[in-house]
Design a binder for this molecule. Sequence first.
Ligand code: B1M
Length: 225
Amino acid sequence: MSDATFAAMRQSIIDGAPETAAELAQQSLLAGLLPLDSVNLGYVPGMHCVGEEFAQRRMFLPDMMASAEAMRAAMSVLDPELRRLGTERPRAGVVVLGTVKGDIHEIGKCLVGTLLTAHGFEVYDLGVDVSGEKFAAAIRERNADLIGMSSLLTTTMKQQRTIVEVLEKEGLRSRVKIMVGGAPVTRQWAQEIGADGYGKDAATSVALAHSLMEDASRLASMENR
Ligand code: B1M
């Protein structure tokens, strides 16, 4: 059970079949497959395929919605397993996470949140369509160390810049590290808008979050000397 299972997982997303997707996720756990492998080698390639078909006008919005539903069904099975590790680790930092204003794509952002939680971060997920003002309020309320902004559309990427500007205006920019990600986002874009880091995918975002926390504590100890 592996290559054929990953292929079936991929197909369940393309077919927009939530029951099959969830059933395969259950079976994979029973067979001892790593949940992150199932996500990265099974379900996510299915999503990429759907995205390509949509771009080529061979699939349409309702198909994409059905695929997202199948992905959600698989994640509802895998999520607890991915998170389980988190309870066994010391707290790594407080993260406020959200998909930017105008954008309702949430699957990648949720996966980033799950893996951050699994690696000891306390994550407050603000959901989708999140404005700079909402990020700012959550930073104050949660005393966040780090914020994570996700954006899947070339049009909503610009919101990431707007949100950085809102944080500057509200005097919060120096208090938090900023991480950005999402399919159209690049390292260069992150630098251009003054973010502290770019997360290519969920796993590398965890490493990035840890290194941003180290930068922050190094800076704090230099300031206290
Ligand atoms: Co939309 N959609 N969609 N969609 N959708 C894309 C993004 C698109 C590329 C499809 C295409 O045309 N090929 C295209 C964007 C084109 C562009 O801007 N260049 C597109 C479009 C056009 C649209 C609509 C405008 C369609 C319409 O209405 N005509 C519309 C916009 C709605 C809106 O937001 N205002 C729309 C709607 C939807 C659905 C609602 C149907 C659904 C989302 C459902 C949901 O999330 N609940 C949907 C879906 C499913 C997709 C695709 C097919 C899959 C996205 C996904 O979940 N990928 C997508 C095509 C694609 O991406 N190839 C597409 C799986 C996920 C695990 O990957 O989100 O990339 P991803 O996350 C990765 C990394 O990017 C990274 O880590 C994740 C895990 O490895 N990452 C971060 C993400 N966020 C991060 C944050 C970080 C760090 C890393 O730090 C904070």
